[in-house]
Design a protein around this ligand. Structure first.
Ligand code: SAH
Length: 342
C-alpha cells in the first residue's frame, strides 16, 4: 500500500530521504515540487532518477481534476467541483476582493453536523479529507484560475474541527515557506462549535481567525436549526469561546445567518448583544442563502436593519457578509459534494 507523500511535513520527508542515505536538501526539493502542483515524481527534474523511482514505489501524489468550473457573470467568483482520487467530489470557491483573492475550501466530503439551513450536510458525511486534499484545493485553484490566492477560509463543505488532525496538518503545510507560504493571519477557520476541539485549538495558540457559526443566542432557537446545540448549549459554547479569546488574544468572529421569523427578532438581537458583551467579538451577519431542499427564507430587509441597529446600540461590532457568486450557487451554505445535486 502506497502512502500519501503530500500530507507529509518537510521533517517527515527528510527522515525518509536520510534513511535512504540521501542528503537532506533533497527533502526540501521534493516538498517544493509537491506544493507547486506536480502530478508525478517524474516531473521533479532536479531529483536523481533512482531516488524518484524509490519514492514512486512507496508513495502516491494526490491531485484533483476539475469536474466542473463555473464563473460568476456578476462578480467573477469561480466555483470548482473537484473530482478526488477515489472518485468523491468536493467544491471550492475563489472570491475576488479589493484586498486580494480568497479561497473558500472544504475539509470533508459531506458533513455530519446536520444544520437545517445548509446544503453541505444533505446526505451526511462520506469521509474526512486528507491534509493534502485540503492543500490541493489552494494549489490547483490558484493554478487553474490564474488568481493569486492571499487568503483562505475553511468555510466550504465539512466541519473542520471534526477532522481536527488533518486540518492541523493542512495548516502546517500551507503555512510552510517552501510550500504555499500563506500566513496564519490570512486564514480563517469556521466551526459550528465543537467545544472540546475549540479548547484543543486554543492550546496551539495560532494566529488564525476563529469563526463561530452561532446563528442564535438561545438554546431553544439554536437547537431547532443546529443539532450540535444539543451537545453543548449556547452558554457553554460562549464560555469556551471566551477561554479561546483569553488564551490566544485573538478576537472571535460570530457568524449569524439571518433566517426569516426564526432568529431575526428584536428579542434575538438584544439577547445576542447581551451575551457577547464581554467578548470583544465581532458579528458577521449572513443573509440566508437559498437551499432548494430547505423551507427557510432569508430575513426581510427591514428586520435585518432593526437587528443591526440593536446590535450597534449595544456597541457590538457588526458587519454584513457580501454575497458573491449568487448566480452560480457559490454562496455560504450552498456547496455540495455532488454535481448531480446542483
Ligand atoms: N462547518 C463549519 C464550516 C462551514 S462555514 C461551520 O459550521 O462553521 C459556512 C458558513 O455558512 C457557516 O457559518 C454556516 O453556518 C453558514 N451557512 C450555512 N448554510 C447557510 C445558508 N444557507 N445561508 C447562509 N449561511 C449559511
Amino acid at each position: 500500500m502506497k502512502e500519501n507523500i503530500k500530507s507529509m511535513l518537510p521533517g517527515e520527508i527528510e527522515k525518509v530521504v536520510k534513511d535512504l542515505g540521501q542528503p537532506a536538501f533533497r527533502a526540501k526539493q521534493i516538498f517544493k515540487w509537491l506544493h507547486s502542483g506536480v502530478k508525478s515524481f517524474d516531473e521533479m527534474t532536479n531529483i536523481p532518477k533512482a531516488l524518484k523511482e524509490e519514492f514512486d514505489s512507496r508513495y502516491y501524489i494526490t491531485y484533483p481534476t476539475v469536474s466542473r468550473k463555473l464563473v460568476s457573470q456578476i462578480d467573477g467568483t469561480v466555483k470548482y467541483l473537484w473530482r478526488l482520487r477515489d472518485g468523491n467530489a468536493i467544491e471550492s470557491v475563489i472570491m475576488q476582493y479589493e484586498h486580494g483573492n480568497t479561497i473558500c475550501i472544504s475539509s470533508q466530503v459531506g458533513c455530519r453536523m446536520g444544520c437545517a439551513f445548509c446544503a453541505s450536510t444533505l446526505g451526511g458525511k462520506v469521509r474526512d479529507l486528507e491534509a493534502s486534499e485540503i492543500v490541493d484545493q489552494v494549489i490547483f485553484g490558484e493554478k487553474d484560475s490564474g488568481l493569486k490566492i492571499s487568503n483562505i477560509v475553511l468555510m466550504g463543505i465539512g466541519e473542520p474541527l471534526d477532522n481536527f488532525d488533518n486540518v492541523m496538518r493542512f495548516l502546517q503545510l500551507i503555512n510552510d515557506k517552501d510550500g504555499m507560504n500563506i500566513g496564519m493571519r490570512h486564514i480563517s477557520l469556521s466551526t459550528c462549535g465543537l467545544v472540546e476541539k475549540i479548547d484543543k485549538l486554543a492550546d496551539y495558540n495560532l494566529q488564525l481567525t476563529l469563526s463561530i457559526s452561532l446563528h442564535a443566542p438561545d438554546d431553544k432557537t439554536r437547537a431547532k436549526i443546529m443539532p450540535v446545540n444539543k451537545s453543548w448549549g449556547v452558554d457553554t459554547l460562549l464560555e469556551h469561546c471566551y477561554r479561546y479569546f483569553k488564551k490566544t488574544g485573538r478576537r472571535i468572529s460570530f457568524e449569524y445567518a439571518m433566517i426569516d421569523g426564526v432568529n431575526d427578532t428584536p428579542y434575538h438581537a438584544n439577547l445576542l448583544a447581551e451575551k457577547l458583551s464581554k467578548m470583544e467579538g465581532h458579528v458577521n451577519l449572513i443573509p440566508l442563502n437559498h437551499v432548494d431542499e430547505s423551507p427557510l427564507e432569508p430575513s426581510k430587509p427591514e428586520n435585518m436593519k432593526k437587528f443591526i441597529a440593536i446590535l450597534k446600540r449595544h456597541n457590538i461590532n457588526v458587519t454584513v457578509r457580501r454575497k458573491l457568486g449568487s448566480d452560480i450557487n457559490a454562496s455560504c451554505g450552498q456547496l455540495r459534494r455532488e454535481s448531480g445535486l446542483n
